[in-house]
Design a protein around this ligand. Structure first.
Ligand code: NAD
Ligand code: GLY
Length: 407
């Protein structure tokens, strides 16, 4: 099966992001017509072909084609319990000649898995199984699995190849591309990590049909962010997709019905990755332009922290974008009222715009932000749709910013 889009990311090494639309319609999952097994099968076949496995080669007594056995890498598949229950067996069984020597590691789902403990367990498992430098890790899951798997791959034997197979909207539009890998420490999120680009990203849109409404919205927030910071036509496209109201639909039904179509998914995922590709190619190490990807994240992280991570990342970022848009207009930093525009779009999608944290609480958590310098903090400020800029403000002005956001 051919990808509907291929995006080349010119980092060192360069790699492709291959985007596949759901191929067949044969059963109903969460109200949408898609076969839940096909994405896993097709993703595994794509990975196998990329690694040189010929699916139709006759296997020998050990299950591998004789002329391939020596040349093929072994694969270490990292996934979480939820993804494994849905897709794990199909994925493993579809690896063709790679299946025999493959190892699968299944970790608990959720952010707490991005830990030193999981990193250690992953490294130890790879070493115990005798994986070598020519072998490959496959991260089959959302951003948690991608970040953890990428960091295991970055550190095992000082770096081996890995392939991202994202299964959440967030991972498709953001975390699977760009090579940021990380785990969390007790002091905060993503405090240990490495830049390590994947060898390939395989996006099978069919995976997204089994996501819950909340998890789908987490990823959609990052796509909206891409529209605001660098692609006005993406923002307009999302507005025309979601703003026309249908009285019979709830917000959640509207998201599923309008987003979960191959045309909409491909448009949104492609635009978000194109934007990220541009930023990452120009600033792979996050010293300037790439920081614009943090739009909405300063107050978003404060909301996540204040809620003890009960508010998930994308929902917190959605509120953070809205609040930043409001404050930026009020403080005269924006040409356009992005706060109002985001209020309409995010509201129609069912995001909560403001969480019950007062200015003092948001200030306290913002001061813990790892991007804060001694006495300045960098904000990503929306100038107009499709254009943001970095603005360094003294910490002494942070309270004014938060007060304007909540006013
Ligand atoms: P996640 O990986 O925890 O996935 C969310 C939930 O969805 C999990 O419970 C998972 O088991 C489940 N799930 C995954 N795929 C599914 C499917 N197809 N059907 C049903 N359920 C499925 O979270 P996420 O939102 O994908 O990613 C969040 C993480 O990404 C955070 O740790 C964040 O720091 C990181 N992140 C990294 C980058 C980067 O550039 N590296 C960028 C943004 C976010
Ligand atoms: N998600 C932010 C980045 O990749 O830089």
């Amino acid at each position: 099966m051919d990808p509907v889009r291929t995006i080349q990311v010119n980092t060192a090494p360069a790699y492709e992001v291959r985007i596949f639309e759901p191929a067949a319609i044969s059963s109903s999952v969460a109200g949408s017509q898609v076969n839940p097994f096909l994405p896993a099968k097709q993703a595994a076949e794509e990975v196998a072909a990329f690694l040189g496995a010929k699916p139709n080669a006759a296997p020998d007594a050990h299950g591998a084609a004789p002329d391939q056995q020596a040349a093929l890498p072994r694969v270490f598949v990292l996934t979480d319990e939820t993804v494994d229950a849905l897709y794990g067996d199909t994925f493993m069984d579809s690896l063709g000649p790679l299946r025999e020597s493959a190892v699968r590691m299944v970790v608990p789902a959720g952010e707490t898995t991005k830990s030193l403990t999981s990193l250690g367990e992953g490294l130890e498992a790879m070493a115990k199984e005798g994986f070598t430098r020519s072998d490959v890790l496959i991260a089959l899951g959302g951003g948690v699995i991608g970040d953890l798997g990428g960091f295991i791959a970055a550190t095992y034997l000082r770096g081996i190849r890995y392939i991202q197979v994202p299964t959440t909207m967030l991972a498709c539009v953001d975390s699977s591309v760009g090579g940021k890998t990380a785990i969390d420490l007790a002091a905060g999120k993503n405090l240990a990590g490495a830049f390590h680009q994947p060898a390939l990203v395989v996006i099978q849109e069919g995976f997204l049909y089994t996501l819950s409404d909340e998890i789908l919205l987490d990823g959609l927030a990052e796509a909206i962010k891409c529209g605001v910071i660098g692609d006005a036509s993406l923002l307009e496209g999302l507005e025309s997709l979601f703003l026309p109201s249908a009285t019979t639909e709830t917000a959640a039904q509207s998201v599923r019905a309008r987003l979960l179509t191959p045309a909409a998914l491909t448009r949104v995922i492609t635009a978000a990755i194109e934007l990220k590709r541009r930023f990452v190619e120009e600033d792979e190490r996050d010293n300037g332009l790439r920081q614009l990807l943090n739009f909405g994240h300063t107050l978003g992280h404060a909301i996540e922290g204040a809620s003890s991570y009960a508010v998930t990342h994308g929902h917190a970022v959605a509120s953070g974008m809205y609040l930043c848009g409001r404050a930026s207009k009020q403080l005269g930093w924006s040409e356009e009222d992005l706060g109002r525009r985001l209020e309409d779009l995010l509201g129609a999608l069912g995001y909560r715009l403001v969480y019950p944290y007062d200015a003092e609480t948001l200030y306290t958590y913002t001061m813990k932000d790892k991007k804060r310098m001694a006495d300045t903090i960098s904000l990503v400020v929306p100038v107009r749709a499709g254009r943001c800029e970095l603005k360094k403000i003294p910490v002494s002005e942070l309270m004014d910013f938060i007060t304007a956001a909540l006013a």
